[in-house]
Design a protein around this ligand. Structure first.
Ligand SMILES: *[C@@H]1O[C@H](CO)[C@@H](O)[C@H](O)[C@H]1NC(C)=O
Ligand SMILES: *[C@@H]1O[C@H](CO)[C@@H](O)[C@H](O)[C@H]1NC(C)=O
Ligand SMILES: *[C@@H]1O[C@H](CO)[C@@H](O)[C@H](O)[C@H]1NC(C)=O
Ligand SMILES: *[C@@H]1O[C@H](CO)[C@@H](O)[C@H](O)[C@H]1NC(C)=O
Ligand SMILES: *[C@@H]1O[C@H](CO)[C@@H](O)[C@H](O)[C@H]1NC(C)=O
Ligand SMILES: *[C@@H]1O[C@H](CO)[C@@H](O)[C@H](O)[C@H]1NC(C)=O
Ligand SMILES: *[C@@H]1O[C@H](CO)[C@@H](O)[C@H](O)[C@H]1NC(C)=O
Length: 471
């Protein structure tokens, strides 16, 4: 029997052909910190900080203006910017953001109104896409509020979102298309051909874990995990997205929602775990903290280049959950995924309230390549690198925030050829800033061990030890 037809079907699975988001998009969004209290000053001040603090040079590229920017439509049906928030217009903001070497994003909803009850784009797709393109918009976050009940089947959702996708394409301007339909109707199945990313569940809030009527999901309690919900905890969003890792690929990503790092609510270990998980699952990474008052703790998490190198690895796909156990008062999970250069990513998650010694066998880690320990990887030895080992100190982070010492930056991306070429270099250089620090070696058939803080992760990169034959 010839199996070609199956391969053919897989090979034909097409992405949106706009050339964007070949790695998950990185950037900043107004919503979590400013909601409707934003304007051109807020946006431009954040953009200036993104440049001066070095975020742009690490790959954070998109500055996205969320809801509440418009003042309705003019008599020809075109959206107009709120003249008080944008006295010089939105095109002027886009121009200034571009001049800083960044890209500019906007927001709307595939409904009659946006979630904050501003004019929505349903039925106005061509006009809205055209006016955004004329303003120099590079990114659209497209929400799901006031959708007139046009959902409930994948086709209804697809048609409503495809209308905007076609309108964006028709402008001729490459505009990253970020769907925000909260996972309704399974966008991981219908959206890859029309969008660059899609939200997997309801909105994330800055809470690690909780059972909540607004966002139910617990197999243990028999609660529904399909309802998107809102105000969802980090663990809730993770546990919903963990079923669809294989659905994302270059140009088409599962979006676990914007980062809550730096917004209060999460402990240092929880914020590290949140950032690590989102990077490992190849979610877009949109910061939402107040850039003008960023603290050392937040900067040193968001600027961990060893973690960004996982997110931006051009050859890796989403890490896959290998196992999940309930332990006293919480759960523990293992995620594993391949990285460029033959490296392997290992993430041990401890969502229990106590620090734990955790372990994962090579057979578990390489389960996708050969269940039962038959894969050649399991017969090899691996050096283990801790990707958080070289998190910059608070003193270094503070010197960057104060602008007092550029030489203390963790890595000079410009010197290495710019963030793009650094992250795209295969295999990555053994720079500490990109590899973390070596913390041990696992022998053939062995196991990786790590002590993991409560609500924390160990994020490890395994690199095969060259054998005598290879040398
Ligand atoms: C812009 O928004 C910020 C934050 O809400 C506010 O402090 C500032 O006064 C606003 N500026 C203008 C010109 O409206
Ligand atoms: C409405 O806005 C569009 C796009 O900005 C513009 O081309 C058009 O002239 C405006 N129409 C009126 C009546 O103001
Ligand atoms: C529009 O779609 C076509 C066909 O998929 C693609 O080749 C082209 O690059 C797209 N253009 C833009 C601006 O997205
Ligand atoms: C590995 O972890 C499991 C689950 O916590 C535990 O039962 C087992 O004892 C550990 N094994 C070793 C060798 O540490
Ligand atoms: C930086 O400060 C924060 C807040 O006090 C703390 O949680 C964190 O552990 C510090 N980071 C380092 C690397 O010491
Ligand atoms: C640090 O870099 C920024 C941005 O390039 C620059 O404006 C500033 O003058 C530099 N500071 C020092 C002390 O070199
Ligand atoms: C980074 O490297 C570039 C190019 O080599 C150089 O011009 C720049 O001064 C370096 N920046 C720092 C802070 O060392």
């Amino acid at each position: 029997m010839h199996v070609a037809p199956l391969f053919l079907a897989i090979g034909l699975a097409a992405a949106l052909d706009n050339g964007l988001a070949q790695t998950p998009q990185l950037g900043w969004n107004t919503w979590n910190s400013f909601a409707c209290s934003m304007n051109e000053t807020v946006i431009l001040q954040a953009a200036e900080k993104i440049v001066s603090l070095g975020f742009r040079d690490l790959g954070y590229e998109y500055v996205v203006m969320d809801d509440c920017w418009s003042a309705g439509r003019n008599s020809s049906g075109y959206l107009i910017p709120d003249p008080e928030k944008f006295p010089n217009g939105v095109a002027d903001v886009a121009k200034k953001v571009h001049a800083m070497g960044l890209k500019f994003g906007i927001y709307s909803s595939a409904g009659t109104l946006t979630c904050a009850r501003y004019s929505g784009s349903l039925g106005y797709e061509e006009k809205d896409a055209a006016v955004w393109a004329s303003w120099g918009i590079d990114y659209l976050k497209y929400d799901n509020c006031y959708n007139q009940g046009e959902e409930g089947t994948p086709k209804l959702s697809y048609d409503r979102y495809n209308a905007m996708g076609k309108a964006l394409n028709a402008t001729g301007r490459p505009i990253l298309y970020s769907l925000c339909n909260w996972g309704v109707d399974g966008p991981w199945n219908f959206a890859p051909t029309i969008a660059n990313s899609w939200r997997t569940s309801g909105d994330l809030i800055n809470v690690w874990d909780r059972e909540n009527v607004n966002c139910p999901c617990s197999e243990l309690l028999g609660l529904d995990c399909k309802t998107p919900g809102y105000q969802c905890s980090v663990m809730n969003v993770l546990n919903k997205a963990s079923y669809y890792p294989s659905k994302s690929f270059a140009g088409a990503w599962n979006d676990l929602d914007m980062l809550e790092v730096g917004n209060g609510g999460l402990t240092d270990d929880e914020a590290i775990a949140h950032f690590s998980l989102w990077a490992a699952l190849k979610s877009p990474l949109l910061m939402t903290n107040v850039m003008t008052s960023i603290d050392a703790q937040t900067l040193s998490i968001l600027q961990n280049t060893a973690v960004l190198a996982v997110s931006q690895d051009p050859e890796s796909s989403s890490a896959v959950r290998i196992w999940r156990y309930y332990v006293d008062g919480g759960e523990i999970q293992l995620f594993s995924g391949s990285l460029s250069g033959g490296d392997q990513l290992v993430l041990l998650l401890n969502s229990s309230p106590k620090a734990r010694e955790m372990n994962a066998t090579l057979a578990d880690i390489f389960w996708s390549d050969g269940p039962g320990g038959t894969a050649s990887e399991i017969q090899s030895s691996w050096d283990v690198y801790d990707l958080w080992a070289n998190r910059m100190s608070n003193a270094t982070a503070n010197s960057i925030i104060e602008g007092s010492n550029n030489a203390t930056r963790p890595i000079n991306m410009t010197a290495l050829g710019g963030s793009e070429s650094v992250y795209k270099k295969v295999p990555l250089p053994t720079s500490k800033a990109l590899m973390g620090s070596k913390v041990g070696t696992v022998k053939a058939n062995g196991r990786v061990t790590a002590r993991v803080q409560p609500h924390g992760v160990a994020l490890l990169r395994l690199r095969e030890v060259a054998t005598k034959d290879e040398l």
